[in-house]
Design a protein. Structure first.
Lengths: 362, 294, 287
């Protein structure tokens, strides 16, 4: 197929995969306010486990040593990959989410991620160390037997299906009382506790769910790239996703997907067209400088991201339905607006009023 | 017998690592105690110090010790500038510590990669004369390494003097213990914060250069890699407690070096990370908690 | 100690057999055990070397509006935090409806019907006023993962009911027109009302208000006071109100507990307390 179609296809696949990853991170950060700097480790664990399940046993491979190797079909391997990430998140979260304030927790996550990275690289029999794994069987290829070009589109279709499922799931979660409880934890955990919410349990659930999605996305990533080693999942990669989420719009799933499209995909591709100064590492450096600047500017001037969190409005239809059932006053005492005159009009600490995505203010 | 010999040797190395670590840890602990947010860019300040001295040493051809002095001053100024232009706009509006972490993360990315873009990822080193190794009892040190330890001790004494015998030092301790109380007592917190950044920057620069003394060669990511070892020392010792930071540095430095006698040396850094994780899980306020903040 | 022996001890504390008031508690009447909704016994809390709450004991009668007053540093805030679980007591028992809640976590205590407001209002800033109220009830089926995700009919019914209650409350507090506004954009007075509305939404049995009248204009304070009274009468909510504004306390509370130096030193109506030398001492000694 012509190069430009192949190019667009690659962009689309990465866009779909990173979009999925951003949605998972959004549940942790955007919904619940968990600062998770080991997200990329969840991506890696999912990717590794799924691939290792699908690969043939070690002896059959060429010069690669790893565990598992059970020749599993795609879908069970995918699910187990996601569960493996979820399990890791459960352990880490169980031990640390209850004891630590958010920035300390972030440090723990980096530390755990780095330890895993070191083990993965040095303990060669585990996942073939720094060389990594490759030659992963492509999903459904043995049954479909498509040619390379057609398979590319098929795989894109798979990624899009997964993206859509995860998107619908995330949206439903957001609109549910569960999602509202998560957001109350994000806003003020003391208040949430005082309202009877088990903050620890809610945080742990959000952490695990996000990790599961990371595992799923990670599996698709590893299968697609087909050559996966620890250098692909350094802490820097998490920051990349972070910047994507922050810029696109935390707590807004469309924003998350937009960010995933702009930052990893567009960024990576645009720098391709810049004249190459030196080694690939130097070009990488410019990318990271841009990410750093972007992070700071976003947090300073547009912390809600490009697409801000949607404001919850009580729908007119619902109001009309409830109108007839609403009593005029439940206790016979009404506090009128004039009583508020002394205290009116003062906005909290002089900041700009909060804005929803429509840009409407008080 | 061979094991004992190895242990003693690595104890010696541990002391050197602890010295390097202590300088950095005191700086970070003081800054964290006063500003109440984690500075992700601290490791890259070390890197900045290393490369400043490198430029002075290799490109200007001057003695490395001059490079060290210039590095300390330059890093102190850089840290102060970062606070002034990038961090203060956020802290002035009461930004939460989590967001500050994200901001310092951005600073780290920029600083580290600017250095990377300029110097590339090649391994570099100083032209320095380490001197011939001396045998002191069971230990084996080069004069340079002894110099590092001596430098660390002098620095610690200097910090102690600053904190206990100068007005600024006492003000810094007050702000670190209780910022609200300090403000009410009329202490100029802005000045204290500026001083903290200058001091932290200077210490970072110093620590970076002596770190570079002790390793065969360095790259632009060396500071960031060391950051979590520094975190381990700081958290273990207790945020805001410089003496705790010294103790933490000793524990972490000795543990990482002496562990090499038992496990593969590639996992040395992982030891520091494990200490960090365990410290955070078991006693996040550290050994010498000045205020319980985790 | 069983509740029976405790009741006998309480009778002893009420006064001698001639029915004269007890020299310290000042009360001449008995409180029956089943009418006590909150029974704090010998609460102790130290911070470093300082005993903020020092063997503090008092009771709150069900259906009352009880005030908790005392000079600065008396330990009222600490006691409030101990009762609601925000701080863990070093020792002592706190019986809420007969069951000890001293070792329970905050959300367990809240789920049992003991909720509170805060001295400095805390709202869920990036959520709307309506969402702040909708987040409040604790028995929401939809807050569990699967029911919420699947959107079961039972969940939707509960949401509708909660929305109806929330909108009614907003009407009462005249916040209805702000229902879709972010809580973070509200003025100070509006936030105060929102916090009260939110905590009423939890349908509590005992509601602890932490200095609700601080810094409010007198007209609004008077209205709030009427509202609290009405809530108490119509919905049977018991109130425990920490306040410095003694005029409001006198108007609103039928019983008042006085704390000083970490313990409860007297209990009774304001009139009784004014005659109580220990109370007068505590306040005057402070000045």
């Amino acid at each position: 197929m012509p190069t430009w179609i192949f190019y667009l296809l690659t962009l689309a696949v990465f866009g779909a995969i990173y979009g999925t990853l951003a949605l998972g991170l959004n549940i942790q950060w955007g919904y619940t306010g968990i600062l998770d700097f080991m997200y990329i480790a969840f991506v890696a664990v999912g990717g590794y486990v799924t691939s290792l399940l699908m690969l043939p046993p070690t002896q059959a491979a060429f010069g690669e040593t790893y565990v598992l190797g059970l020749n599993w079909p795609f879908i069970p391997a995918l699910v187990v990959g996601g569960l493996a990430s979820a399990l890791l998140a459960f352990i880490v979260g169980l031990l640390s989410l209850n004891r630590l304030r958010s920035d300390y927790f972030a440090i723990v996550t980096v530390a755990v991620g780095l330890v895993l990275y070191t083990i993965a690289g040095n303990d060669t029999p585990l996942v073939n160390g720094w060389d990594g794994i490759s030659g992963i069987p492509q999903p459904f290829q043995s049954t479909l037997n498509l040619d390379a070009n057609s398979y590319g589109f098929f795989f894109l279709g798979l990624c899009l299906i997964i993206l859509i499922i995860v998107y619908i799931f995330s949206e439903r979660l957001y609109r549910s009382p569960f999602g509202r409880a998560l957001r109350s934890v994000r806003e003020d955990e003391m208040v949430a506790e005082g309202l009877g919410k088990n903050v620890f349990a809610l945080r742990l659930k959000a952490f695990v769910i996000g990790a599961f999605i990371a595992g799923i996305g990670g599996s698709m990533l590893v299968i697609y790239v087909d050559a996966f080693n620890p250098s692909a999942w350094t802490t820097g990669e998490t920051f990349f996703l972070w910047a994507a989420l922050l810029l696109g719009g935390s707590a807004n799933n469309r924003g998350a997907m937009l960010g995933a499209l702009i930052v990893p995909v567009l960024f990576a591709e645009i720098t391709r067209f810049l004249p190459t100064f030196g080694s690939p590492q130097v070009v990488d450096a410019f990318r990271y400088i841009a990410i750093g600047i972007l992070l700071i500017l976003t947090v300073r001037f547009r912390p809600q991201g490009i697409i801000a969190e949607k404001r919850f409005r009580v729908r007119k239809s619902k109001l009309q339905r409830l109108e007839s059932a609403l009593a005029s006053a439940s206790t016979g005492v009404q506090i009128t607006d004039t009583d508020l005159a002394d205290n009116a009009g003062i906005l909290p600490d002089g900041n700009a009023p909060l804005q929803s995505e429509e840009g409407k203010t008080l | 017998m061979a094991l004992l010999h190895t242990l003693l040797l690595s104890f010696g190395f541990g002391l050197i690592t602890a010295s390097i670590l202590a300088i950095a840890a005191v700086g970070l602990s003081l800054q964290f105690g006063i500003t109440n947010y984690i500075n992700f860019a601290y490791g890259d300040l070390l890197t900045f110090g290393i490369y400043t001295a490198f430029v002075v040493n290799q490109h200007l051809g001057l003695n490395i010790w001059i490079g060290l002095v210039i590095a300390v001053i330059a890093t102190a100024i850089l840290a102060w500038l970062i606070n002034l232009f990038i961090l203060r706009p956020f802290t002035d509006r009461g930004t939460s510590p989590i967001i500050m972490l994200v901001v310092t993360l951005g600073v780290s990315l920029i600083l580290q990669n600017v250095i990377l873009a300029i110097f590339s990822e090649q391994f570099q080193s100083y032209s320095i004369n380490t001197g011939t190794p001396l045998t002191l009892g069971p230990f084996l040190f080069t004069p340079l390494q002894l110099g590092i330890i001596g430098l660390a001790i002098v620095t610690m004494l200097g910090i102690h003097a600053l904190l206990h015998y100068t007005r600024l030092g006492k003000a810094m301790r007050a702000v670190s213990d209780s910022p609200e109380l300090a403000r009410i007592s009329g202490i100029n917190t802005r000045l204290v914060v500026n001083a903290a950044w200058l001091l932290a920057g200077g210490l970072a620069g110093l620590s970076g250069v002596v770190l570079a003394f002790n390793v065969a060669s360095f790259t632009p990511t060396v500071g960031f890699g060391f950051l979590f070892v520094i975190f381990a020392a700081v958290i273990l010792g207790g945020i805001g407690s410089p003496y705790g930071a010294i103790v933490g540095a000793l524990v972490v430095g000795l543990a990482t070096e002496m562990s090499a006698a038992f496990i593969s040396s590639e996992y040395k850094d992982a030891i520091a990370l494990v200490i960090l994780i365990i410290a955070l899980l078991i006693r996040p306020q550290g050994i010498f908690a000045s205020r319980g903040r985790a | 100690m069983s509740s029976e022996t405790r009741q006998n001890e309480r009778e002893d504390n009420q006064g001698d057999r001639q029915g004269r008031p007890h020299p310290i508690t000042g009360t001449a009447t008995m409180k029956r055990a089943d009418k006590i909704i909150l029974d704090a016994r010998d609460m102790v809390k130290s911070f470093g070397g300082l005993r903020a709450v020092d063997n503090c004991s008092f009771t709150v009668t069900r259906g009352s509006v009880t005030g908790l007053i005392g000079p600065n540093g008396a330990g009222k805030s600490t006691a409030a935090n101990l009762i609601t679980g925000f701080i863990r007591a070093d020792s002592g028992n706190i019986l809420f409806e007969g069951k000890d809640i001293a070792r329970l976590s905050i959300h367990h205590i809240a789920r049992r019907g003991l909720t509170r407001t805060f001295q400095i209002t805390r709202e869920l800033e990036r959520m709307t006023v309506t969402e702040n109220l909708l987040a409040a009830p604790h028995n929401q089926l939809g807050e569990s993962f699967w029911p919420g995700l699947l959107g079961l009919p039972a969940v939707r019914r509960q949401e509708d009911e909660n929305l109806k209650r929330a909108l009614e409350l907003l009407r009462d507090f005249d916040l209805y027109h702000l229902r879709d506004e972010y809580a973070g954009n509200l003025s100070g007075g509006q936030r105060r009302l929102l916090e009260l509305a939110r905590v009423v939404m939890t349908q509590p049995k005992l509601l602890l208000l932490d200095e609700p009248f601080a810094g409010i204009n007198p007209v609004l304070a008077s209205r709030l006071s009427d509202y609290v009274e009405a809530l108490c009468k119509e919905k049977g909510i018991t109130f425990l109100i920490i306040e410095h504004n003694l005029a409001m306390v006198e108007r609103l509370c039928n019983t008042v507990i006085v704390m000083a130096l970490g313990r409860a030193i007297a209990e009774g109506t304001m009139a009784e307390l004014r005659q109580n030398p220990a109370v007068v001492d505590a306040y005057l000694g402070e000045g």
